[in-house]
Design a protein around this ligand. Structure first.
Ligand code: GLU
Length: 340
């Protein structure tokens, strides 16, 4: 990082940090609203199932599931909430969190960058345009660089660290989808090219081919909408998994990760998303979206048809509905004299 705020002692600030408060509404209301939102958008026919990774093209456009997990450990589910799919880009915030936790927030920012690009998720131009050739960990270039920084001397060590870390976020032992992994490995020359371009600028911190391989495995990990909600709820709960009670990352890591999600979680529609939903979220090309309401909980959705930016159509609509109706939008307020 350049000299921005370099005189500020971040450790000192962190030690005195207060957080905003509030909880989800009553359990019965949360379940009822989840079901109402699911019924409302179930028959929405817009969007196209991704096919640039051949194995993803087999997904049914009908699949639609969602879950909410609160920081008090409540789990609410509807539709295909337990249907498993490859996590794809929704892995990015969680691997970034593991790296921030092991490197420190400042070092992670210096080596990876944290600003939005305004360009597509697999942009090469974003690398060329950036001053110091860093991007941010939510687009492919920054995500592959992030994976290259995962602790471990070998690709296998790094992969084990990633799988163990994602499993701790989910509160269960996750596994790779071998078919999706093989399919993406046969069609990911662009990601390999991105890794080599970063390497030419000394912004790749491990062998570029091996890092791309581990990144592709990470994207092929099988999860459900319920897993995404538990993983997101861990980021909403200061780094403690509210279902297992295990601390996965530090609270200071969570708020850095959520800040990056707010600017870049939904590709080039991140601004529209924040405008509509008012929460940090991350989408993936197989149709998953995780959305985090700090201190309250998280929403996980799954529905394969995507819009032009690669974000699940039904998932975005349902999450917006839930953000409004559960009172999650971070930017919403009401005049003091009108409050009950
Ligand atoms: N593994 C996919 C890729 O790198 C992830 C893309 C996404 O979910 O946006 O192309």
């Amino acid at each position: 990082m350049p000299d921005r705020w370099s005189d500020v002692d971040e450790g000192e600030l962190d030690a005195h940090m207060l957080v905003s408060t509030g909880h989800l509404p009553a359990d019965t209301d949360v379940q009822a609203l989840l079901e109402e939102g699911h019924a409302r958008y179930r028959s929405l026919g817009d969007g196209v199932v991704a096919d640039y990774i051949p194995a993803l093209a087999c997904a049914s456009p009908e699949w639609f599931g969602a879950a909410i997990v609160g920081t008090r450990g409540g789990v609410f589910q509807v539709g295909d909430a337990r249907h498993e799919f490859s996590i794809q880009s929704v892995s990015k915030p969680f691997v970034f969190a593991l790296v921030v936790d092991s490197l420190g927030a400042d070092e992670a920012r210096r080596r990876l960058g944290v600003n939005s690009t305004g360009l597509p998720f697999n942009s090469v131009m974003a690398i060329e345009l950036g001053d110091d050739r860093t991007i941010n960990p939510m687009v492919n270039a920054g995500a592959i660089a992030t994976t290259s920084l995962v602790p471990g001397d070998t690709a296998d060590d790094k992969w084990r660290f990633v799988l163990r870390g994602l499993s701790r976020f989910a509160g269960r032992a996750l596994a790779i989808d071998d078919e999706v992994y093989a399919s993406e490995m046969s069609s990911n020359r662009r990601n390999q090219g991105i890794a080599h371009l970063l390497d030419s600028y000394d912004r790749m911190y491990f062998d570029p081919d091996a890092a791309t391989d581990v990144y592709t495995r990470q994207c092929s990990v099988r999860v459900s909408a319920t897993d995404l909600a538990v993983m997101g709820a861990t980021l909403a709960d200061g780094g403690v998994n509210p279902v297992t009670g295990e601390r996965v990352v530090a609270a200071s890591t969570c708020r850095r990760v959520l800040a990056v999600l707010a600017t870049a979680g939904l590709y080039e529609h991140s601004g529209d998303w924040l405008y509509d939903v008012g929460l940090p979220g991350k989408s993936g090309v197989s149709g998953g979206i995780v959305t985090i309401a700090p201190g309250k909980g998280a929403v996980g959705t799954f529905s394969p048809p995507l819009d032009v930016a690669g974000n699940s159509v039904r998932g975005q609509r349902l999450t917006r509905f839930l953000s409004d109706r559960l009172g999650l939008n971070l930017f919403a307020s009401q005049p003091e004299h009108e409050r009950g």
